[in-house]
Design a protein around this ligand. Sequence first.
Ligand code: ATP
Length: 194
Amino acid sequence: MKGFKSFADNTVLEFEPGVTAVVGPNGSGKSNVVDAVTWVLGAQSTRALRSAKMDDVIFAGTANKAALGRAEVALTLDNSSGRLSIEGAEVTISRTLFRNGDSEYAINGTTCRLLDVQELLSDSGVGRQQHMIIGQGQLDSILNSSSENRRAVIEEAAGVLKHRRRKERAERRLSATQENLERYIEAHRRKAVS
Ligand code: ATP
């Protein structure tokens, strides 16, 4: 992260397998770490980033540090399993935003569109609506929601949603084919009768 929210200086965090806990006093920027992950994966809503407008994510300066002109976050994922369909044992996704509103995405340093990032991630279960970032305070609302909603959240987190969507797509295609077939048979039957 560089210039993202409270991270004015270049900051590198390593997430090892397992649980990573970020500890610090209130307002020290713990949630900004989560925001950085949300942002680099393509978040478009300012609400998801706890800010009023998108350029609020750019370091705004403090009493002894000047504001910066751009926010940058790069997320390097271990791809030794080949789960992401791109060559290389590591994949780096990055996002940059300038104060004039210009924004840029890159995969392994090559500029790309947001769509390319979304497509790269979508087959791995990390894509839009397929990964789960549960912020502070959201846990309560999940625990208190209806069992249907809770099921949706759990299925999404467990990666079932991707398969369910595929199944629904396949079912739609099958039923369209079935209708076509019936129309075809009916047309031939009429022809045979006449
Ligand atoms: P809490 O414990 O209340 O959740 P936290 O440790 O998670 O707090 P965050 O809410 O992540 O803290 O961080 C808020 C801090 O980030 C504040 O000090 C705020 O001033 C700072 N901050 C947020 N956006 C920017 C920005 N664009 N430029 C500079 N500082 C920022």
